[in-house]
Structures are given as structure tokens and as C-alpha cells.
Design a protein around this ligand. Structure first.
Ligand SMILES: *Cc1c(COP(=O)(O)O)cnc(C)c1O
Length: 388
């Protein structure tokens, strides 16, 4: 880690030590401070090269990100949502096809299925991992089912082995939504590389974020990846030859250049997130009814979010806010109860675990530069809430 990053970290720790500074949920200023010179140099390089969409920076980033994921190839696209939508199309989602996924996720997961022409079939989550419950998937497979989209929510891999086995048995595919899990592993392998295709987002707040929008699809099957490439570029197989209609979904060269600077830091940042998580665990063991996130036995959690659960979530959130501590709720209303999905006709009670988690989950401040003293202040405030 460069000296200046360390100095900034120490300065922040000192400031936080006064006990009065607000504690943000996420601090993107801090995460770019040590990289400013490199990012400005990359911008200058892109300005002079004047190739703004696609080109060598995108090609190089695709190679480097594929290597990080341990996949044969990567296709850079304009967002995580595009990544999922193009992947769904490549995998054959079209009208009449049904895809199994969870309602405890960001809506991009299901928008992709619908926008590719498919129908959504929700299953409930496992209460410990807060990701898809593999035991419920088999019963949800019907004659129109074509695939399963597990979401590696909060930086925690879904339990993939049972899903992959079921998919093999029933002739389905598995598409990994890894938008929150860059660098997380499942049985020693990076997520995104285990299903037929894996999708990532480079939205600024993700574990690897661009300075705008960005996303990627990774995988090994050249035929599937060729369709993803066509989808991001108006269905083109070569210039002005359109096999299908597609989208304008390309990754910008300037974002690829920024991502190439940030990518080598990803393991360091994930380690820092795991350290922050360990501080929270030490400080928050046996406090009220507070449930701490489960560390999976099958892989490494990269703590995109540190999500605790309590029956008194809203009151705790208000009291922390009053003390200048920002928190989040991911996500307060499950997708099956959103107006957007009223057409599915699912009512409260249809996904009980999802609904219980949505009403009790609270995301505490989490970012690699969060200091130990700030974590201490958050933990003190939480203990005070339950003791007082
Ligand atoms: C962020 C996110 C997406 C969408 O990514 P964008 O780059 O914002 O389009 C998809 N799925 C999940 C689980 C996400 O968290």
C-alpha cells in the first residue's frame, strides 16, 4: 500500500477518534485519494488516444478481469444490468421461458430476465446466507424453466454446488449475478466462473467500481460470449452486419482505463473489508437480539455490505442516524411485493424468509478505509441502544 494511503488512513482514524465526526456509509473520496495521480494520468492517456468507446483499453481490461475471475474471456459492457440482460439473451431467455431467482436482490436481476423476454419464478432464500435456498429450487422447476440466477448478495457466494448439480440433472443453466461479489470465492474458485456465465457491475459503490457506469460478463463458452458481444453492439457480427437487434451497451474506454488502475487493488480492498468485518464481529458478539452475518464455510465473503439483523431495525437505524452514523437497508421491500411485480399476483407471506429478512436487515458502514475507531464508535452506539 502506498505511503500516502496509509497516511490518509491514519489521519482519518485520528479524526474519527474525536467522537463527533459523522460516519458515512461509504466513502468514495477516501478510496480514490491514493490513486488520484494514476487516475488523472489515465484520463490524459485516453484523451490523447481519443478512442473513447471500445479499443485497446477495453481489450486490456477484459483480459485482466478474465484472469482475475479465472475465466477464458470477459466482455465489458455499460452496466451490470446490461451484463445480466445480454447474458440472459445469450442463454436463450425469450418469451415463454421461465427463470428461477430470488426476490431478495436489487431489481436489475429480474429486469434482465423480463427485458430478455422471459418470465420470473421466485424462490425463497436461506435465512443464514440470505441467498437462494437450493433446497427449494427443484420444486420450482417447471416445463418452461430454462435456468437459475443465484445472486451472490452482500459479497457472499450463494451455495452453488447443489444448484449446479440440479442444473446438470434437469438440463438448465446457471447464471451468476456477482454484481456484489468481485473476488469472493466458492470452494477456492472466484465467483462468476462457476456457472455458464457470470455478471459483474462496476457501479461506483461496488467492491470494484468505475468512475461512472460499467459491467462485465465472464465465461468460457465462445458461442455465448459472441452473442453477448453482439448484444452490446446493436446485434452486429461485424461492422453494419446485424444478426439481430441489440443495444448500445458498450464499456467506455475511459472507464476501462480507470478500472485497470483499480483492479490490482481489489484483493487489498477485500482484505481490508474482511478486517473491518472482523472488528465488527469482535465488538458486536452477544448484543441484544443482533444477528451477525454468517461466514460461509464454502468460500470467502468479501463484505460488499456488512448486514446485521434485529427485530428492532428501524428504531436502531433512527438512533444511529441521530448520532451521525449512516446505515442502509438492502432491501426494504422484496421484489415480489413491489408494484412493478403486481402482475405475478404474489402476496405477503408467499416468501416468508425473504420477508422476514427484509424487515430486519440493516447494513452498517462498510468500506475498506473505515477505521477501527469508527467501527468502535458504531459498535458502542449499537450496544448503547440495546442496553439503554
Ligand atoms: C448493482 C447490482 C446490479 C446492477 O448493476 P448496475 O451496474 O447498477 O446496472 C445487479 N445485481 C445486483 C445484485 C446488484 O447489486
Amino acid at each position: 500500500m502506498p505511503e500516502r494511503v496509509k497516511a490518509i488512513d491514519e489521519a482519518r482514524a485520528g479524526r474519527a477518534g474525536t467522537g463527533s465526526e459523522p460516519i458515512p456509509f461509504l466513502d468514495l473520496v477516501a478510496s480514490h485519494q491514493g490513486l488520484e495521480d494514476d487516475l488523472v494520468a489515465a484520463f490524459r492517456r485516453a484523451l490523447h488516444a481519443a478512442q473513447f468507446v471500445g479499443g485497446p483499453e477495453v481489450d486490456a481490461f477484459e483480459r485482466e478481469f478474465a484472469a482475475t475471475c479465472g475465466t477464458a474471456a470477459c466482455v465489458g459492457v455499460n452496466s451490470g444490468t446490461d451484463a445480466l440482460r445480454f447474458a440472459c439473451t445469450a442463454l436463450g431467455v425469450r418469451p415463454g421461458a421461465e427463470v428461477i431467482t430470488v426476490a431478495h436482490t436489487f431489481i436489475a436481476t429480474t429486469e434482465a430476465i423480463t427485458q430478455a423476454g422471459g418470465a420470473i419464478r421466485f424462490v425463497d432464500i436461506d435465512e443464514r446466507t440470505m441467498t437462494i435456498d437450493p433446497a427449494l429450487v427443484e420444486a420450482a422447476v417447471g416445463p418452461r424453466t430454462v435456468g437459475i440466477v443465484p445472486v451472490h448478495l452482500y459479497g457472499h457466494a450463494a451455495d452453488l454446488d447443489p444448484l449446479l448439480a440440479l442444473a446438470r440433472r434437469r438440463g438448465l443453466w446457471v447464471l451468476e449475478d456477482a454484481a456484489q461479489a468481485h473476488g469472493a470465492t466458492y470452494r477456492g474458485r472466484p465467483v462468476g466462473a462457476l456457472g455458464s456465465l457470470g455478471c459483474f457491475s462496476f457501479y461506483p459503490g461496488k467492491n470494484l467500481g468505475s468512475l461512472g457506469e460499467g459491467g462485465a460478463v465472464v465465461g468460457a463458452d465462445p458461442g455465448l460470449l459472441a452473442i453477448v458481444r453482439q448484444q452490446r453492439e446493436h446485434g452486429q457480427s461485424s461492422k453494419y452486419v446485424h444478426e439481430t437487434e441489440g443495444f448500445n451497451g458498450r464499456l467506455h474506454a475511459i472507464q476501462a482505463a480507470f478500472l485497470r488502475i483499480k483492479l490490482p487493488h481489489l484483493p487489498v480492498w477485500n482484505t481490508a473489508r474482511r478486517r473491518v468485518a472482523a472488528w465488527y464481529r469482535d465488538a458486536l458478539a452477544r448484543v441484544g437480539d443482533l444477528a451477525l452475518p454468517t461466514e460461509p464455510l464454502y468460500g470467502e465473503h468479501v463484505y460488499h455490505l456488512f448486514v446485521v439483523r434485529t427485530a428492532r431495525r428501524d428504531a436502531l437505524r433512527d438512533q444511529l442516524a441521530a448520532q451521525g452514523i449512516a446505515t442502509g437497508v438492502h432491501y426494504p421491500t422484496p421484489l415480489h411485493l413491489q408494484r412493478a411485480y403486481a402482475r405475478l399476483g404474489l402476496t405477503a407471506g408467499s416468501l416468508p424468509v425473504t420477508e422476514r429478512v427484509a424487515s430486519s436487515c440493516l447494513s452498517l458502514p462498510m468500506f475498506p478505509e473505515l477505521s477501527q475507531s469508527s467501527v468502535g464508535r458504531v459498535a458502542d452506539a449499537i450496544r448503547e441502544f440495546f442496553d439503554g
